[in-house]
Ligand binder design. Structure first.
Ligand SMILES: [Ca+2]
Ligand SMILES: [Ca+2]
Length: 394
């Protein structure tokens, strides 16, 4: 069985910039070599997603590495796309071959069916956004973006077409996703806010999808370009819902046509996604291959980064020892290896630390305990040498 997006579909070191940026430690979300995808990470760094259960021979949603989420009675499969900071998961429950699906809210008290829709994200006020199956003629199935609140499930207006999906929510009442127009043959990135549905435009090509939203009016997604490439984007939108800037985040590929999509953005404006089958992070104007920011990527290939929280945890999936596997990245404490303060990170900094460790003068006032273990000794020099050589901070 291939693990992929269901139709609802539901559907640092010496960095390339020369900056000593944030680096990460990688953690396997361990399902014993069963294929897994982590779709989201909440504020405390817990991931959620889905894996293929060999016990059930079916998709199963998960929260963390331990909690497996059962589908609704009568269904055979489940998957999680959203996890809030309180640890509540919004799961989709479905059966292969059945076009409909059930939304489950799963928390410590158990599992509740919210309605017949595919949940994709939580809003800041606990709303759940997603899409539901609609019918608009004999034998024709579409989808409608929808919002679940305590008052019930409500459709969001489309841009005119019969197919729309809400993919993420917040801050405020913002909901983002995509919608077809009455005449268009491609999806359009869409913002719902203040009771108004807006077409956010594209990077120049005919179609775009908004897939994530964050503070500061940042909306991310994927768009066709004039040249026909599919690129990850960051759109900046003002409080009135008007797009002020559309940024093509670029590509990690060598050709122009490699697929790329941005899935998540945090309050620092760091964007994560996939480009040319590699997970990326876009920060400070540069797209990084996320793998190069991981201290010891070991046997990993990072393919997709799906979510990033404000603390910098990143969830996603890739290939670990030849198997499709989910990961969570945890930020490693940053360090400043420019110990002599001359703006360069090089052998002179090592010489500076060697002198301080040996009892020499310390005009820049650095803490010589570079590895933070409470002792000032040769280990600090070794840790600094590693950073100067391109390794991660201790
Ligand atoms: Ca220096
Ligand atoms: Ca030390």
């Amino acid at each position: 069985m291939k693990l992929s997006r269901k139709v609802c579909a539901c559907a640092g070191a010496l960095l390339a910039t020369g900056a000593y940026g944030q680096t990460y430690e990688i953690q396997l979300v361990d399902f014993g070599l069963r294929p897994a995808q982590a779709w989201c990470v909440n504020g405390s760094g817990t991931s959620a997603g889905g894996f293929i259960s060999t016990v059930h021979n079916a998709y199963r949603g998960f929260v963390g590495a331990g909690q497996e989420l059962a589908p609704a009675p009568g269904d055979t499969q489940s998957m999680v796309f959203a996890l809030d900071d309180a640890g509540r998961a919004a799961a989709v429950s479905f059966t292969i071959g059945d076009p409909g699906e059930r939304a489950l809210l799963v928390d410590g008290a158990g599992s509740t069916v919210l309605g017949d829709f595919c949940p994709r994200g939580f809003g800041p006020d606990g709303r759940v956004v997603g899409s539901r199956v609609s019918t608009f003629g004999p034998g024709w199935l579409g989808r409608r973006a929808c919002v679940y609140t305590e008052a019930g499930l409500t459709d969001l207006p489309s841009l005119g077409g019969e197919f729309s999906q809400a993919m993420a929510a917040g801050p405020g009442d913002w909901v983002v996703g995509f919608s077809f127009t009455a005449t268009g043959l491609t999806p359009r990135a869409t913002l719902w806010s203040g009771g108004v549905v807006r077409d956010l435009g594209t990077l120049g090509g005919p179609g775009a999808e908004a897939l994530g939203v964050g503070a500061g009016g940042r909306i991310v997604g994927t768009s066709e370009t004039v040249g026909g490439a599919q690129r990850p984007f960051l759109f900046l939108v003002d409080a009135g819902g008007n797009v002020t800037q559309r940024v093509d985040l670029g590509t990690l590929g060598t050709g122009g046509g490699n697929y790329g999509a941005a899935y998540g953005v945090n309050s620092a404006g760091h964007v994560v996604g996939t480009s040319a089958d590699r997970a990326f992070m876009f920060r400070d104007g540069v797209m990084h291959d996320l793998e190069t920011l991981v201290v010891n990527p070991g046997h990993w290939h990072l393919a997709v980064a799906s979510s990033i929280n404000d603390a910098g945890h990143i969830a996603g999936w890739g290939v670990y020892k030849g198997w499709p596997a989910a990961f969570v990245l945890t930020p490693v404490a940053a360090c400043d290896p420019d110990l002599n303060g001359d703006g360069n990170v090089d052998q002179d900094d090592v010489a500076y630390l060697v002198n301080v460790v040996g009892g020499g003068s310390n005009p820049t006032g650095i803490d010589p305990d570079f590895n933070g273990d409470g002792n000032v000794d040769q280990d600090d020099v070794a840790a600094l040498i590693n950073v100067v050589a391109g390794g991660g901070c201790p």
